[in-house]
Design a protein around this ligand. Structure first.
Ligand SMILES: [Zn+2]
Length: 63
């Protein structure tokens, strides 16, 4: 299953960031997906398949 991921979508991961945050925002879409932790603002780059493994839920950005 391929999930549609768009810039500014909010995503929730299965495991928290070391800072304790579960909520992330998509800041880059391409071969790799860039996400930003909403708790500490740190950015992480993940391959799409890696992100999909860790994803718990996607909340699309308001249009
Ligand atoms: Zn964090």
């Amino acid at each position: 299953m391929v999930r549609e991921l768009n810039l500014n979508d909010a995503v929730r991961l299965k495991k928290p960031h070391p800072c304790g945050g579960y909520e992330w925002e998509i800041v880059r879409v391409g071969a790799d997906i860039g996400i930003r932790c909403l708790s500490c603002a740190r950015r992480v780059l993940l391959s799409r398949s890696e992100l999909e493994r860790r994803l718990k839920a996607v909340q699309p950005a308001d249009v």
